[in-house]
Write a protein that binds this ligand. Structure first.
Ligand code: ATP
Length: 282
């Protein structure tokens, strides 16, 4: 669905340099701290900015030269975009009908009802959660093969986040050839949704891993100075000095649980992954 090969984009002293791939039928999460380059990746894929080097292909075509018929197969929800606050959901429905050949009016109306989005109220009178739901809905109602979602759940409470995540899950379940690229700051959203995660730091890819593998195999060893000196470090990715000794981030916690039963091993979630991989030293 999407291939980025040796892509480079420079803004002043920030350089984005990444290769990544989103295969058909997958949900891929882009994670990283503020300013890591997540939105830059999305803008490059959508052809909203131009790469200095490398190739970006969407549905097998250079992203800048994507034919209109294939553009119609993409649904986008960008954080800073949206419809004018003066419009109503009913107005948005008419706009989408003109924009997309495959706009599904019945689905739009039904989902608006499910999401409790009033058809005739101006968007400027919507809550943050209602606006976010509308943004996600407008990306989905032409049954695109590829959804690109930049922070769709940012600023929402748990209930609204779950509604959006459920919509995305249902969307994929309806047609297994569909794919989603999503960025989020909220790790629990990504843990429960994504097949694969790409961790970006300062414009560079520092980890690409399956979500299940992260949850099952990654962990943090808490070791004293003495334990650290004799520890087999072949599966340690990052080490951080702590007041008790060292926190060691591993991608093979089972190895350490079996061979060092005296060492405390904690599960490594995605938050720990981001913190350790972008903050620890080694
Ligand atoms: N149009 C632009 N002109 C100059 N610099 C830019 C531009 N767009 C992005 N940048 C820079 O690129 C870097 C990455 O920004 P980007 O928005 O991709 O990060 P992000 O990971 O999406 O961050 P956040 O989570 O805060 O949205 C930042 O240093 C930003 O200042």
């Amino acid at each position: 669905m999407i291939t980025m090969q040796n892509v480079r984009k420079t803004y002043g002293n920030f350089t984005f340099e990444i290769s990544m791939e989103l295969p058909e039928g997958q949900i891929l999460g882009l994670i990283g701290k503020n300013g890591a380059g997540k939105s830059t990746a999305i803008k490059l894929i959508l052809g909203l900015c131009r790469a200095d080097e490398g190739s970006i292909r969407v549905f097998g075509h250079e992203s800048k030269e994507l034919p209109e018929t294939l553009r119609q197969e993409i649904g986008v929800s960008l954080a800073e975009s949206g419809f004018s606050g003066e419009l109503t959901v009913n107005d948005v429905k008419h706009i989408l009908k003109k924009m997309y050949y495959s706009f599904d009016e019945n689905y739009f109306i039904k989902q608006s009802e499910n999401l409790k989005l009033p058809m005739n109220k101006k968007i400027k009178e919507f809550s943050t959660g209602m606006k976010a739901k509308l943004r996600v809905l407008t990306a989905m109602t032409h049954h695109a093969k590829l959804l690109i979602m930049d922070e769709p759940t940012a600023g929402l409470d748990v209930e609204a986040r779950n509604e959006i995540l459920d919509m995305l899950r249902a969307y994929i379940a309806e047609d297994e050839s569909r794919s989603i690229l999503i960025t989020s700051h909220i790790s629990t959203d990504l843990e429960s949704l994504c097949d694969e995660l790409y961790l970006i730091h300062d414009g560079k890819l520092i980890l690409h891993e399956g979500t299940d593998a992260i949850l099952e195999q990654y962990g943090i060893l808490k070791v004293s100075e003495e334990q650290y000196r004799t520890l087999d470090q072949s599966s340690i990715l990052k080490v951080q000095k702590e007041n008790y000794g060292y926190a060691c981030f591993t991608n093979d916690k089972k190895f350490y649980q079996e061979n060092y039963p005296q060492i405390a091993v904690e599960n490594g979630g995605i938050d720990e992954l981001i913190l350790m991989m972008t903050g620890g030293y080694r």
